[in-house]
Design a protein around this ligand. Structure first.
Ligand SMILES: *Cc1c(COP(=O)(O)O)cnc(C)c1O
Length: 368
């Protein structure tokens, strides 16, 4: 069977834009494509391998990048969230409630479920901005005494950034640890644990760090070492939450290979925000409406597209017309069938490419 993939000149899919491999990662991927290829010189644990130098990456480069003492790679952001939840659960006399923002990703709920915990929510402001007012956490913390606070930064629907510094102060006051889910931010912009005052940082290599994945990253300070990195009673060298070894293979190799480029690209985040705002303004001129924070602070944008939806009601291809019209123009990444609402990202697109997308929407609306 031949496995082929539909490729577009311009891909707007938010989950894919930050995971496009660098040239370095694409080469490394082939070099390390065979199973267990990173294990040639393993001294007994993945994060201690010197050839290739995973040890330096996990023990020096990642903690420095994240502004914290310790880091590990996991098999995804959700797995890293699960690691934290499952570890905190081992502490005695704690509640079973995780208090999360109303824009949290579905995988945060499932991670809690898998860890045997319940989720309580601080609702967003709803349509059209869906903002999270972090002050609302205070009351709920008093009410529920949660074992963990989870904040999504930004969320994967609207690309909103809640006030994490304000929340970290509240959490410190109340003595509750704070997990910051940065699946859409670590690798795109600078995120430092100590500056933000949070306890746990979570990232996604395939979402935002130009890695094939699946791979997640977890950063924290030494105070949590005993709980998160507790060792096996059967194999004293192995860490229980990593199941001994976590992301073994092309996932970590591509992450390491792209890392120098990623460290460089986060310095240009301002330009990405500018491009996103420009795109949002241009789309609104065409009668679409960007939901979420405005002016927007992230390349992930949610649009309500009434003019497109109106066309779809009369078009013979119905909701699929948009997909086909964009495809004709070399543009992909909006789910086939969607017209009323959709998410796009302009991350790492050039101004010229963004103009081409705007022009495509303009033509499609005029023509139909
Ligand atoms: C994509 C995403 C995740 C899941 O990331 P994985 O690395 O695939 O587990 C979690 N949270 C948010 C906010 C996301 O956007």
């Amino acid at each position: 069977m031949q496995l082929k993939r539909e490729k577009f000149e311009i891909n707007l899919n938010p989950i894919q834009r930050g995971g496009i491999l660098t040239k370095e990662a694409r080469d490394a991927l082939i070099e390390f494509a065979d199973g267990y290829s990173i294990c040639d010189f393993c001294p007994g644990r993945l994060d201690l391998i010197l050839k290739p130098n995973i040890k330096k990456f996990v023990h020096e480069e990642l903690p420095e990048f994240l502004g914290c003492d310790l880091a590990r790679t996991t098999n995804g952001a959700r797995e890293a969230i699960f690691v934290v939840m499952n570890s905190l659960k081992t502490e005695k006399n704690k509640s079973k409630i995780v208090l999360a923002d109303g824009n949290a990703h579905y995988s945060s709920y499932i991670a809690a479920e898998r860890a045997g915990l319940d989720i309580d929510i601080v609702e967003s402001s709803g349509y059209p901005e869906y903002k999270i007012d972090v002050e609302k956490f205070e009351e709920k913390i008093d009410l529920n005494k949660p074992i963990l606070i989870l904040l999504t930064y930004p969320d994967g629907n609207y690309g909103n950034f809640p006030d994490v510094k304000k929340l970290s102060k509240i959490c410190k006051n109340k003595g509750v640890p704070l997990l910051l889910n940065c699946a859409y931010s670590i690798g795109r912009l600078e995120i430092k644990l100590n500056q933000l005052g949070v306890d746990f940082l979570i990232g996604s290599g395939h979402k935002s760090m130009a890695a094939s994945g699946p791979i997640g990253i977890l950063g924290f300070n030494k105070e949590w070492e005993k709980i998160i990195l507790r060792k096996s009673k059967y194999f004293p060298n192995k860490e229980v939450e990593m199941l001994g070894c976590s992301s073994r293979g092309p996932s970590i190799i591509t992450l390491i290979a792209s890392f120098p480029v990623v460290k460089e690209r986060i310095k240009h985040w301002d330009e990405e925000v500018e491009k996103a705002r420009y795109f949002s303004r241009e789309m609104e001129k065409l009668g679409l409406k960007q939901l979420g924070e405005k002016p927007h602070n992230h390349d992930l944008m949610f649009f309500e597209a009434k003019p497109i939806y109106e066309i779809s009601k009369k078009h013979k291809k119905r909701g699929y017309f948009l997909y086909h019209e964009l495809k004709k123009r070399g543009i992909g990444g909006i789910k086939p069938g969607l017209t009323k609402n959709f998410k796009v990202s302009t991350y790492q697109l050039t101004k010229k490419e963004i103009d081409r997308v705007v022009k495509a929407f303009e033509d499609i609306i005029k023509k139909n």
